[in-house]
Structures are given as structure tokens and as C-alpha cells.
Design a protein around this ligand. Structure first.
Ligand code: 7TS
Length: 405
């Protein structure tokens, strides 16, 4: 088992100085830092075997293809997908959700059909559904939440009907940290014959995700939030549904045969992977999930739970602080507001101390309206963060308060 010091040593950027201060990186919800093994893998690809993949007879192309397809297998194992073909490489969560909204929607949504999302969705799990519902004359329904930031499951049950075709919900909220009861959500939807997509962008960094155990039909996540490169992510989907959906984009790689009269499409996963993909991104992401598994998801979860408990206990003692998101089951996301002060001003002062937090609406504007706030200050922790960093956040906040008040 790696010690905390060893873990921190694996991430070169954690030794950086920002504005002359030691970096305190608490913006992991936006993007996580990268371990040296991932950075090295990217470097090695470009130095030693940069080449386009699939159908290449030459050596480098074969090496790159093998590395890319090995990475797919690693991701399959990471989420325990039963079939390799059900793991589609995308640009990230946003693209994964757009693929399902667009392709499932065009095939299966008709006038009067219903799609259910929740009040705590990221914009990327709202807007694609608004767009396709608009186009298909389907109706979008929203599961409400309580003041702690938990879904009202009784209301969800009332929304479900024979008209419900798909339920798309966030697994863990990026703004509130709420861990949603997704198994129950899936079971209830399936009883009505509706499919379920989970936005797992904030879940895969923190907890073990097993798509077979969950029973979801689609699962979307981004590589950059799990210590991999930007511009790559995954859409998991059950092959029976992916096979049934039309392709997302047309182009190279997604075809079997093209004539001017008729084109036939490639098998999964290639049908949804038109054009040259983010080859180095996929390879880097494979290394990132290897790294997470080496550290151990259980250790990651345990360390983050401790950090969240420690930070929550300390922050409630800061004068005027109100935590936004007090669900019973929470991941290591701590959003808060401070009476009379704008989140942006606090964020700017913390930045002067080398402390990186995120301020604003976190791409969840409907949630901000619900809580009647302009935004929050959000500290989001990864397993490489320390209690000393939490202490620096708290003393930074106190300093900011004494200057702003
Ligand atoms: N879904 C959730 C739950 C997210 O947290 C994010 C990004 C996305 C989808 C979109 O992911 P992308 O990789 O496709 O952009 N969330 C955040 C955040 O909380 N702060 O910056 C980005």
C-alpha cells in the first residue's frame, strides 16, 4: 500500500509553487492532476510510436493500435463491462451523453414520450435532453430535491410512467457531493420499461463503479477527472441498445462498406468512433486507471471520506459559513457560501495564497436557482490531498474574511 508521501510524489505538479506559495490544489472536481506515469506514457507515445491506428500494416501503426485497444480493455475492467465492444471512447462525459441523447432520441423518442432528469444535473445532462426533446416533441421531466440536496424519491416514482423512455441522472453531484441511490433509480425505471443513463463524471474518481452490478444501460465519464488526459472519456452502453441506435457521426472507421448508393456501418464500438480518435488520450487513460487500481479504490475512498469529514468539521466553525449539499451520503465535494460575501471574491483571495478552489455555478445553474444563491465556493478533494491543506484552506478563509468584512 502506498503512503501519502509516496502518492504525492507520483504527481509532479503537487510540488509546484503558485504566486510564491506551495500549491494547494482543491479543484479536483473540475479536473484531477496527472501522475508521472500518465505524463510519461503520453511522452513515450509521441517519442517512440506516434502513428494512426486500425488498418495500418506498418509496425508503428500496429504498436499504436495494440496500445489503444489494450487501453480499452483496461477501461472495460475498470467499470466491469461484460463486453469490450460496449466500451466506446469519446471526448468525455459531455460527448458520451450527447451520443445517447442524439442517437437514442432520434431512434426511440416520439411525440409525447418522456425523459426524466434531476434537479441536480450538470448542464451537460440537461441541455442535450432539452435539444432532443424539442426536436422529437418529447417531454422533459425533473426529479426535485430537498434542502439537503437529496433526490425526492417519492416524487421520482410519481414521474415514472409508461411514457417514460429514458431516465438520465447524475451518479454523484459535482456541486453538492450527493451520492444518489442509483440502483433504486435504475430498478424503478426498468420496472416501467425505461432505460437509464448515469452521468458518472464525479463517481469514477471516488468510488468503485461496476456497471453490471448497477444494471445501468448507459454510463458516461471523463478521463481527465480520473487522473488521465483531457479530451478522452468513455460511453459504456449495453450492446443491444447501442446496436439499435443510429451512428452519431459519419466518417472513417465507423463504416463497413461505402458506395454512393449505400453505406453499411461498422460493428461496435467502432460504429460510434468516427475519425481519428484521441489515440494518446486513450493510451494515457489506460495508464491512469492502472494507477488508480494500484493505489486501490478502497484506499482512495477511505482517504477522501476522512478528508471530507475533517474539512466539514472545521469549516462549519468559520463564521457565516453555510454548506450547500448536506446529503447523508456524500463524496469529497464541499460547497459552501459565506454570509454577505461573493464566492468570487473569496476565490480570488484564496488564489493569492496558492489555494485553488472553484467558484461559481459549476455548470448547475438550476441548482443555484433552487438554493437562491449566485454560486458557491467549492473545495473538491482527491486522495492526494492532506489535512494540512484543509487547514490552509480554513486559515485562508479566515484571512479572506478579515479582509473582506
Ligand atoms: N457531468 C458532471 C457530473 C461533471 O461534473 C462534469 C464536469 C461534466 C458532466 C462534464 O464533463 P466534461 O469532462 O465533458 O466537461 N464538471 C466540472 C466541474 O464541476 N467543474 O468543472 C467541470
Amino acid at each position: 500500500m502506498k503512503t501519502l508521501a509516496e502518492i504525492r510524489n507520483d504527481f509532479p505538479i503537487l510540488n509546484a509553487k503558485v504566486r510564491g506559495k506551495e500549491l494547494v490544489y482543491l479543484d479536483n472536481g473540475a479536473t484531477a492532476q496527472k501522475p508521472a506515469v500518465v505524463i510519461d506514457a503520453i511522452n513515450t507515445y509521441y517519442k517512440d510510436y506516434n502513428s494512426n491506428i486500425h488498418r495500418g500494416v506498418h509496425h508503428l501503426s500496429q504498436v499504436a493500435t495494440t496500445a489503444y485497444e489494450n487501453a480499452r480493455e483496461k477501461l472495460r475492467g475498470f467499470i466491469n463491462s461484460p463486453k469490450l465492444e460496449e466500451v466506446i471512447f469519446t471526448k468525455g462525459t459531455t460527448e458520451s451523453i450527447n451520443i445517447v441523447a442524439s442517437c437514442f432520441g432520434r431512434k426511440s423518442l416520439n411525440k409525447g414520450d418522456e425523459v426524466i432528469i434531476s434537479a441536480m444535473e450538470h448542464h451537460s445532462n440537461i441541455v442535450p435532453w432539452q435539444m432532443i426533446c424539442d426536436e422529437r416533441e418529447a417531454v422533459l421531466k425533473v426529479i426535485p430535491i430537498n434542502n439537503n440536496g437529496e433526490l425526492l424519491m417519492d416524487e421520482y416514482k410519481k414521474l415514472l410512467s409508461d411514457k417514460t423512455k429514458l431516465v438520465a441522472v447524475i451518479h454523484i453531484s459535482n456541486t453538492l457531493g450527493t451520492i444518489n441511490p442509483v440502483k433504486e433509480i435504475i430498478d424503478l425505471a426498468h420496472q416501467k420499461g425505461a432505460l437509464v443513463l448515469l452521468d458518472g463524471a464525479q463517481a469514477v474518481p471516488h468510488i468503485k463503479v461496476d456497471v453490471q452490478d448497477l444494471g445501468c444501460d448507459f454510463y458516461a465519464f471523463s478521463g481527465h477527472k480520473i487522473f488521465g488526459p483531457t479530451g478522452v472519456g468513455v460511453l459504456y452502453g449495453k450492446s443491444e441498445y447501442l446496436n439499435d441506435m443510429p451512428p452519431y457521426q459519419g466518417g472513417g472507421d465507423m463504416i463497413k462498406e461505402v458506395t454512393f448508393e449505400k453505406t453499411t456501418y461498422n460493428c461496435l464500438p467502432h460504429k460510434f468512433e468516427a475519425g481519428t480518435p484521441n489515440i494518446v488520450g486513450g493510451i494515457g487513460l489506460g495508464v491512469a486507471v492502472d494507477y488508480m487500481q494500484e493505489v486501490g479504490i478502497d484506499l482512495i475512498h477511505k482517504r477522501e471520506e476522512e478528508l471530507l469529514a475533517y474539512a466539514t468539521e472545521k469549516i462549519v466553525k468559520v463564521e457565516g459559513v453555510r454548506i450547500i449539499g448536506e446529503a447523508e451520503r456524500k463524496a469529497s465535494v464541499l460547497s459552501f457560501v459565506i454570509d454577505g460575501l461573493h464566492p468570487f471574491d473569496i476565490g480570488t483571495l484564496l488564489d493569492q495564497l496558492g489555494i485553488a478552489v472553484r467558484t461559481g455555478h459549476h455548470c448547475t445553474q438550476p441548482l443555484m436557482s433552487f438554493f437562491e444563491i449566485p454560486g458557491t465556493i467549492r473545495a473538491s478533494f482527491a486522495f492526494y490531498n492532506t489535512k494540512e491543506e484543509v487547514d490552509k484552506l480554513i486559515s485562508g478563509l479566515e484571512r479572506a474574511l478579515s479582509m473582506l468584512r
